[in-house]
Design a protein. Structure first.
Length: 148
């Protein structure tokens, strides 16, 4: 499991590193980017920022769902996904009437962060490692890809 842990963390770290510029552009320039499609789209600025944050957490968590599936823990993964789909539906019912588009984006971001946290804990408990990026694993995956 040591090699799997290192590769998972390294891949996650490299992806987060590569995504940082895009995330910064989306967070800082959300209104401007949306205005390229017309002024009516600028109302989605907060929604775009919320979804970007959720996507960043999804990226940082790494391939936790795939790790669970590949290691015989697909039933646990299925339960986690079904549970979080229910939570997402409830959050949407609670947030959309009051907050509209931003409520839907918040529900989606909260769900993305939560499912990845849940699956990260499951990987830690079942496989014995965290899939959180660190610099050492990023270096090792860069050396693996450059040597091939």
């Amino acid at each position: 499991m040591g090699r799997l842990a290192s590769l998972s963390r390294g891949a996650s770290g490299v992806l987060v590193f590569l995504a940082i510029p895009g995330v910064a552009v989306l967070l800082l320039g959300a209104g401007w980017i949306l205005s390229l499609f017309g002024t009516d789209f600028q109302v989605a600025t907060l929604a775009l920022r919320l979804l970007t944050i959720g996507a960043l957490f999804n990226l940082a968590a790494g391939p936790v769902g795939l790790l669970l599936m590949m290691t015989g823990n697909e039933r646990l993964l299925m339960r986690n996904v079904l549970y979080m789909a229910s939570v997402n539906a409830l959050l949407n019912m609670a947030l959309i009437p009051s907050f509209g588009l931003n409520g839907a984006a918040a529900a989606t971001a909260i769900t993305a962060i939560s499912i990845n946290a849940l699956n990260s804990v499951a990987v830690r408990r079942r496989l014995g490692f965290w899939v959180l990026p660190n610099l050492q694993d990023m270096k090792s995956i860069m050396s693996v890809t450059s040597s091939q």
